[in-house]
Write a protein that binds this ligand. Structure first.
Ligand SMILES: [Zn+2]
Length: 304
């Protein structure tokens, strides 16, 4: 019986970790997981610490996440304070390979032209929200996937040099497909160039810059801080002059507040996906952008 159980256990292990995959990568978010899959192909097993549909900015790692980190060969994180809990996890694991600048550490924000950059002052430290040195939602501009995948490919190249050539070929194929899709997304949103929109959370500056939308107001006074009635009243009053054409809402934010702003401003509420898997039909990075472009184009067309 014991031999049978051991055999079953061994078979389970084989099923969980296919021999074909040489490298285990742990990404902090589903977005980075999808981009690792795009460049790693069948050579890489990748998992994300934050489950699909959960808010990465409010995530707290569990003890089992420490075990997942210890079993990984490479960690890929968003950086900029967005997933600061990765640093705590790495300190707990105590493995110097994962330390900043270590061979097994990839901070995907390195090399991204940042928006909403603030000083690393006392205020930024104390405010307790997830936007530290700059706005961290940079993956929502598809052009930034070029830099992100370059960082991932370099990381894989450091820990598994034998995979470098295949990863470079996968990356080129992915970026070529993404560039074609980006041209299509730009064409579909071109009729709404300069459209004024209000967002619940400041997730969209990179997306808005790429697709030429004008974010005229944010419902949260600071990232992660719920608005006061006075802040909402000011926002709605200011919106009268700019005539917003959509209120951007994310699945895990309180919908009542966004709905109130939509009703008061006469703009339609549109649910956008901030991350891969946060809305159904956003199973990978390209599907995420496709969902957001399609939902936005529908809302803006209806508001004309
Ligand atoms: Zn945020």
């Amino acid at each position: 019986m014991r031999r049978a159980a051991a055999l079953a256990g061994a078979l389970w292990l084989v099923a969980a970790w296919p021999a074909a995959a040489e490298l285990r990568v742990l990404a902090s978010t589903t977005d980075l997981k999808s981009l690792v899959e795009a460049v790693g192909g069948g050579d890489v097993m990748v998992d994300s610490l934050v489950p699909a549909g959960a808010d990465a900015e409010a995530f707290e790692p569990k003890l089992s996440d420490l075990a997942r980190l210890r079993a990984a060969t490479l960690i890929v994180r968003v950086g900029l304070g967005y997933d600061a809990w990765v640093d705590r996890l790495i300190r707990q694991a105590g493995d110097t390979r994962f330390f900043r600048g270590g061979a097994a550490d990839v901070d995907a924000s390195v090399g991204i032209p940042l928006l909403e950059v603030v000083g690393r002052g006392l205020e930024a430290q104390q405010s307790g929200h997830a936007h530290g040195a700059a706005n961290p939602h940079y993956w929502l501009d598809p052009a930034n996937a070029d830099t992100i995948t370059a960082m991932i490919a370099a990381g894989i190249g450091r820990v598994a040099p034998a995979l470098a050539a295949r990863v470079a070929a996968n990356r080129l194929r992915f970026l070529t497909a993404l560039a074609a899709r980006t041209r299509d997304w730009q064409t579909r949103l071109a009729p709404y160039e300069g459209a004024a929109v209000i967002a619940y959370h400041s997730s969209w500056p990179y997306f808005a810059r790429r697709f030429r939308l004008n974010i005229v107001g944010v419902i949260e006074p600071k990232p992660g801080i719920a608005p006061s009635p006075a802040h909402l009243a000011r926002l709605v009053a200011a919106a009268r002059d700019v005539r917003p054409r959509a209120v951007l809402h994310e699945p895990f934010e309180p919908v009542e507040t966004a709905r109130l702003v939509a009703t008061r401003t006469g703009a339609p509420l549109v649910v956008l996906a901030p991350s891969v898997g946060s809305v159904s039909g956003t199973g990978d990075y390209i599907a995420l952008l496709e969902h957001n472009v399609a939902a936005l184009a529908r809302a803006l067309a209806s508001a004309e």
